[in-house]
Design a binder for this molecule. Structure first.
Ligand code: ACO
Length: 401
């Protein structure tokens, strides 16, 4: 008879680490975070420098290939991605199977998973060329699929991608152009969109990226792995937080109500948390939140919008950062705190916020997936557990139970 209580005591090298707070699951050369100092580097470059000086596709090149591209490499990479922006016409039938009021993240989980049914020729994970083609396809098609989810939800026809536009401009076009009127491109807004994509491109082994790697470790095809990442991103503790921040700011409604919500956030018997605050790794200001805050001011200025939610958000930040509870726990605003206000001002409905995060993070997911497949030490991911059920006991036949 096995005594399961003794099993763990007698097993060598067993680590119990809920939430994997101190377990490294892989080696990675992509992203470095010093959470105490609030530093984020992609392949050695500071996120602030990349956001100020690069296009999103330059950052994608950096993450996928290890270096920032020179002019020729940039032109080729832009071309390679742009070449794949269209989706198979048959895929649009998928959308028609969904209810119009479906959450666009639900739609995205479905249509991205379905890509493997359309692009069989890039699902051989052992072929380096197929891996690269799948990477381009995913990065290129994600904005198209996301914009289609939006257009379907509002009953407008889909817009085909326009390949003379940049990645961010093309996305704005597919989202907001209508047959009667082309979307008027404002360079400040296009830059803000591009910057938002850069800020969300990769963030080491967070829940969705770990999900992509774990799914990939079994040899699943890249489209299926990214669909798994999208599902994981959806939760309000992760990518769903940008949507939750706006909902929360609307609930607070006025500066006078901030203290009441701060009190709720501190109450351990109340499940409410300040959305957009706190991070598993950052115990300092999230460097992406600073860039996002700047973007937020720029966008509102260009649009001539005076959004009381921005004022409310800044006041909430000020009050929280001078509150002992938040100071002691090192809870600072994260990237999602200001992104919702930017996106709302640009005309995105709240339900699309997490979708935009998924569009940007696809680059990181794909780069991480590729890195894991190319890692000679890679193994199928298989966490252990601490069993808490009954120890071995004799079987009881049905008539004796
Ligand atoms: N509001 C109030 N209290 C909080 C918050 C918050 N937003 N975040 C953490 N805390 C408290 C916890 O209650 C806990 O307090 P205790 O020690 O008294 O029990 C302490 O701070 C530590 O919190 P944990 O939950 O242990 O921290 P963890 O690292 O597991 O969680 C997380 C990080 C999930 C991001 C958390 O801070 C959170 O829920 N924040 C709000 C949601 C959010 O903004 N998510 C976006 C994350 S960033 C991203 O995905 C882009």
């Amino acid at each position: 008879v096995v005594d399961v209580r003794k099993f763990y005591a007698e097993t060598d090298h067993f680590t119990y680490d809920p939430g994997f707070t101190s377990t490294g699951s892989c080696e990675s050369g992509l992203t470095f975070i010093d959470g105490d100092k609030g530093i984020l580097l992609h392949r050695g470059y500071r996120i602030e420098d990349l956001a100020a000086n690069c296009s999103f596709l330059e950052v994608a090149h950096l993450l996928l290939n290890g270096e920032l591209p020179n002019k020729e490499q940039k032109a080729k990479f832009d071309h390679d991605v742009t070449y794949h922006t269209m989706v198979h016409e048959q895929l649009s039938n998928f959308y028609r199977g969904f209810r119009r009021d479906a959450h666009p993240m639900a739609v995205l989980c479905g249509v991205v998973g379905a890509l493997s049914a359309f692009y069989h020729d890039s699902t051989d994970i052992n072929d380096p060329h197929a891996r690269m083609v799948a990477s381009f396809r995913l990065i290129a098609k994600m904005p198209t699929l996301a914009a289609m989810a939006y257009k379907y939800s509002i009953g407008q026809p889909f817009n085909y991608p326009k390949n003379d536009l940049t990645y961010a401009e093309n996305f704005l076009h597919m989202m907001f152009s209508v047959p009667a009127e082309e979307y008027k491109m404002d360079p400040v807004l296009a830059k803000a969109m591009d910057r938002l994509f850069i800020l969300h491109a990769d963030h080491e082994q967070n829940a969705s990226t770990s999900t992509v790697r774990l799914a990939g470790s079994s040899g699943a095809n890249p489209f299926a792995c990214i669909a798994a990442g999208i599902a994981s991103l959806w939760g309000p503790a992760h990518g769903g937080a940008n949507e939750a921040v706006l909902t929360m700011l609307n609930q607070i409604g006025h500066k006078d109500n901030i203290n009441e919500f701060i009190k709720k956030a501190k109450d351990k018997d109340d499940p409410f948390r300040l959305m957009g605050f706190g991070h598993r790794v950052y115990k300092n200001y999230d460097p992406r939140a600073k860039v996002m805050q700047e973007s937020c001011h720029e966008v509102l200025e260009v649009l001539g919008v005076e959004d009381p939610l921005l004022e409310l958000a800044m006041e909430l930040e000020k009050i929280a950062l001078s509150d002992e509870y938040f100071v002691d726990r090192k809870l600072f605003p994260n990237v999602d705190f200001y992104s919702g206000i930017v996106l709302k001002a640009m005309g995105f409905p709240t339900s699309m916020f997490t979708v935009l995060f998924a569009v940007a993070r696809t680059t990181g997911w794909v780069a991480q997936w590729k890195e894991s497949i190319e890692d000679p030490q890679a193994k199928i991911g298989r966490p252990r557990q601490l069993y808490t059920g009954p120890t071995e006991r004799p079987f009881v036949p049905l008539d004796k139970r």
